[in-house]
Design a protein around this ligand. Structure first.
Ligand code: SF4
Length: 546
């Protein structure tokens, strides 16, 4: 058995954070490094690092077709075909935001008593662990390094298996999740051959390549779906433990999609008049919740892109309801759809609607929004937020989402299009920027590059993930939650103009910054370099044809 080094951060049985020194301390200034498994010659250093980098020639910047061809040749064709069915592609064929694997990594890191191990290039793992700790992960990420030799000889798989055996301590973990990133997926490292369970600890191996999973949102579904699949097989095999808090006394609705913590409570309150309760939110925070989710009477696909999870729920015989109780129309229609799914008496459905729809209307009236807005994002709730903004009085001209269209977003799309909104699924960054430039918005709500683009043009803008997505959206609580932040941003137009004026003349692009003289731009050098790159690309294409 190999030795692990460093600190291990996790939860104890009571859910408290526990930090343990494993063997030798490692320099961890400023954050937790990934915990590396494997013999010391395979550590991220010296010669091995160089070889690892060579094996890493296929990454985000490699042509997706090449990566796909390699993965198929390595026996991963079925996985790619399933991804293509679950996550249909759009205009862009590779991630335009962060690495997709961040989505599944985050889902694993947020679950109690679950260990996560990454298998991939050191640079990918560095970026993923950095971002996960930036977003407050409270435990270590396991890492099995590789180099060209261990990849091609199959030693990497042996190292992963050894790491999994090292980790599988039932006192600490319910499950260990191992994720193949791009290069191990393209090389066919067969995680499916890992033991399904060691000492009672479930082992879950998933492939999350950037050339197969288009967004990090959909990568959440890859892990959530794999866990539901495992839990469903356990249920079929025999009795499973009840939820920690006991079984609900009413039929429940499982909620699909990460949402603001108060939203499930609001949904529960709206379901109560129909004799129903809110079930677990999937992705779940602990293993047992998976059983309770599968035991729910129906599933609300609040975020509409969870294709693999929906497949598992449908295999368990659970009906799926799309859209969400957002705004006046959304709340009215969603309560009716849920009530009909459970065959609730129409009078009870009407009671729920009468209790909450007027409250939503009242909350919207108290926080009106005036102005033209474009909005884009990759969370899955883009269409729902647009509905809420429109019912608040905003003129929403464009909604772009990085996710694909699905049956569960159909009602939202139709509602928006009936009000003249351009809805773009699988929107590219170019689409979002064109909308921000061409539709003369008073406010742009979007991803980091879209917000940056808008700010450079003195258009008020809000970063969707931190400022909008982190607010309640459902029922009366969500109805008034956006007005304040949106109106404050729109009112900041004069400040944006002032900043633009202040920075006027400091240059842009190559010449941005403070210069003592005029920047020495050499477009001729750039043209020459471009010629060389074009020539190399032509040579590579010609080689491919031979
Ligand atoms: S794992 Fe993520 S960061 Fe690494 S090459 Fe693939 S998409 Fe890029």
């Amino acid at each position: 058995m190999s030795e692990r080094a460093g600190y291990e951060v996790g939860y104890d049985a009571a859910g408290q954070v526990r930090v343990e020194r494993v063997t030798e301390p490692v320099a961890a200034e400023g954050g937790q490094p990934p915990v590396a498994f494997g013999d010391s010659p395979r550590s991220i250093s010296g010669k091995m690092m160089t070889e690892g980098a060579a094996a890493d020639g296929m990454g985000c910047h490699a042509p997706a077709e090449k990566m796909q061809a390699a993965a198929r040749a390595a026996g991963n064709g079925d996985v790619l075909d399933q991804f293509a069915r679950d996550y249909p592609r759009g205009p862009h064929d590779k991630p335009e935001s962060m690495c997709p694997a961040f989505g599944s990594l985050r889902v694993g890191l947020r679950m109690r008593r679950v260990a996560t191990v990454l298998s991939g290039s050191a640079c990918c793992v560095y970026g993923l662990t950095f971002v996960s700790h930036f977003y407050g992960a409270r435990r270590s990420v396991g890492y099995v390094p590789f180099n060209s030799e261990s990849l091609v000889t199959g030693k990497l798989f042996e190292d992963i298996r050894e790491a999994v055996h090292d980790l599988a301590d039932p006192d600490r973990y319910d499950a260990v999740v191992v994720t193949n990133l791009c290069v191990p997926t393209a090389s066919g490292v067969p995680l499916r051959l890992l033991p399904k369970e060691i000492n009672g600890v479930r082992i879950i191996g998933i492939d999350v390549p950037g050339f197969g999973v288009p967004t990090h949102a959909e990568a959440k579904d890859v892990l959530a779906g794999a866990m539901l699949h495992y839990a469903r097989a356990e249920i079929e095999a025999g009795p499973v433990p009840a939820p920690v808090g006991g079984k609900a006394d009413r039929p429940t609705v499982a909620l699909l999609g990460e949402m603001f913590p108060a939203d499930p409570m609001m949904i529960g309150a709206m379901l109560a008049p129909m004799g129903l309760a809110a079930g677990p939110v999937v992705p779940t925070r602990e293993w047992r919740e998976l059983y309770a989710a599968l035991d729910s009477g129906a599933v609300a696909a609040i975020h509409p892109f969870y294709a693999a999870s929906v497949r598992e729920f449908q295999a368990a015989g659970r009906p799926i309801v799309g859209s969400a109780p957002v705004g006046v129309d959304g709340t009215h229609d969603w309560l009716a759809a849920i009530g009909e799914t459970f065959n609730v008496n129409p009078a009870q459905i009407a009671a729920a609607q009468n209790a909450f729809v007027p409250a939503v209307r009242g909350a919207l009236a108290k926080a009106p929004v005036r102005g033209r807005i474009t909005r884009s994002g990759y969370e899955g709730s883009e269409l729902l937020v647009a509905r809420l903004l429109i019912e608040s009085g905003a003129d929403v001209a464009y909604v772009g989402t990085a996710c694909a269209a699905s049956p569960w977003s159909k009602a939202d799309k139709e509602w928006l299009e009936a009000r003249g909104v351009v809805v773009k699924f699988r929107a590219s960054l170019a689409d979002d920027l064109a909308a921000a430039d061409g539709l003369d918005p008073d406010l742009v709500i979007g991803t980091t590059p879209v917000v940056q683009h808008a700010k450079e043009r003195a258009i008020p803008s809000l970063y969707f993930t931190n400022l909008i997505s982190a607010r309640p959206l459902m029922g009366p609580a969500g109805a008034g939650s956006l007005g304040e932040v949106v109106n404050a941003a729109i009112a900041g137009k004069a400040r944006m103009d002032g900043m633009k004026e202040f920075f006027e003349g400091v240059g842009a692009g190559d010449s941005a910054g403070i210069w003592q003289g005029t920047p020495n731009l050499r477009p001729d050098f750039r043209a020459l370099n471009q010629k060389k790159l074009d020539k190399a690309a032509r040579a590579a294409r010609a080689e491919e044809m031979i």
